[in-house]
Ligand binder design. Structure first.
Ligand SMILES: [Zn+2]
Length: 80
């Protein structure tokens, strides 16, 4: 077990995740929201527009999109 710093709120916690248990719930909610949005809007979109449309910060979007479960959607993301 390592002492990690949460990517979202900056607090320290003991786990192998990149976010603390409090934020893990928010992450899960936002990832579901992002996945639904990308499925319903198959047109390519850039990170800024995606952040505006979903209400998810670009920092979190980049973190989510780097995950394996979003690899299918990466072709949909337009580079700025
Ligand atoms: Zn946190």
């Amino acid at each position: 077990m390592n002492l990690n710093r949460c990517c979202r709120c900056g607090c320290f916690f003991v786990s192998d995740n990149s976010v603390c248990p409090n934020c893990a719930q928010k992450d899960q909610y936002e990832m579901n929201h992002l996945k639904n949005f990308l499925e319903e809007n198959p047109n390519s979109i850039n990170i800024n527009d995606l952040a505006n449309s979903t209400g998810i910060s670009s920092k979190n979007l980049n973190r989510f999109l780097a995950q394996k479960q979003f690899s299918d959607f990466n072709t949909q993301i337009k580079q700025l």
